[in-house]
Design a protein around this ligand. Sequence first.
Ligand code: ATP
Length: 306
Amino acid sequence: IVQLYVPLNWFGTYYRSIQKNFIDMENMFDLLKEEKDIIDAPGAGPVVIKKGNVEFSNVTFSYVPEKLVLKNVTFSVPAGKSVALVGPSGSGKSTIIRLLFRFYDVETGAIVVDGQNIKTVTQESLRRAIGVVPQDTVLFNNTIKYNIKYGRMTATDADVIEAARAADIHDKILSFPDQYETQVGERGLRLSGGEKQRVAIARTILKSPTVILLDEATSALDTQTERNIQDSLNRMCTNRTTLIVAHRLSTIINVDEILVLKDGEIVERGRHEHLIEREGVYANMWKQQLENKDSSSIENSLEQSN
Ligand code: ATP
C-alpha cells in the first residue's frame, strides 16, 4: 500500500503543475505578461498554419542544466494525423507539449510547424493557432454561453449551439435553469468533470484550430460518459493534427502513431498492434492495464509493476 501511495502522491504534484500550465495556455494574455524568458525574434511575424504539419527534429531540452529532460527527440505528426505520447510519470510527455506551445525554447534541434521554425514566429500567433483541451478545464464565473464562446469571441449564438451539440453538451445545457445564460464556475452552477471537459471540446470546436493538443484526463469517468466524450473528441480531431498525452491505452488504439517515452527518449514507436507484437515496454504497459482494469491510468499500472 505504501508503495502505491507514494507514486500517486508524486503524480498529483506533476498533475497540478501541468494543470497550471494548461490554465496559463488558456489565459494567453496573462501568460504573455508572465513569460518573459521567451522573446520573439526581431521582426518575427505570425505563424501561418494551413496544413498542420508538426515536426520535432533532434530536440534536446532541460529545465535545469544538470538534467536532460528530452534527449534527441524526433517525430512528426503529418497534417491531419494523430500521435499519442505515453510513458511513465516524468518521462517528458508534457514537456513536449509545452515546447510545442513555446513555453520554453529548445536547446538543440527544432520544432517546425508547416515549414516554420516556431522560434521565428510570434508566440502569440502560435498560441492562437493551436487548440488545447486540458485535463481539467477552468470555467469562468460567467454564463455557459460565454464559456463556450471563449473559443472564438466573434461566434454567433448559432455557432455556439452547433459546437455544444458536436461536443454532446447541448441537451445538458437546456436542462440548466437559465439554459445558455446559466451562470457557471465557482460562483455559479458547478459542472462535473465530464461536463467541463465537454465545454473545453465545444470551445475548441469553435476555435477550429488545425493543430490540437489534448491532455487526456487521468480521472476515471464512468464508462458511458467516457464513451460519449471519446466520441466527441474523435469527431473534433478528425482531419486535424492531434498530439495526445494519453493516460489510458484503450483510447489510443486507433491513433496513427504511438510514441513511448522513457527518461526523455523515445524507446518505442508505432501503431498499437505493432507495439503489442513487439512485446516490449508498451506491450507490458498494455498487459498491466488489462490486469488493473480498476486503476485508471498508465502511470498507476507502471508504478505498480515496478
Ligand atoms: P506526467 O505523466 O507525470 O505528466 P510527464 O511525462 O508529462 O509526466 P514532464 O512533466 O514532461 O513529464 O516532466 C519531465 C521531467 O522534467 C521530470 O523529471 C520533471 O521533474 C521535470 N520537470 C518538469 N517541469 C519542470 C520545471 N518547471 N522545472 C524543472 N524540472 C521540471
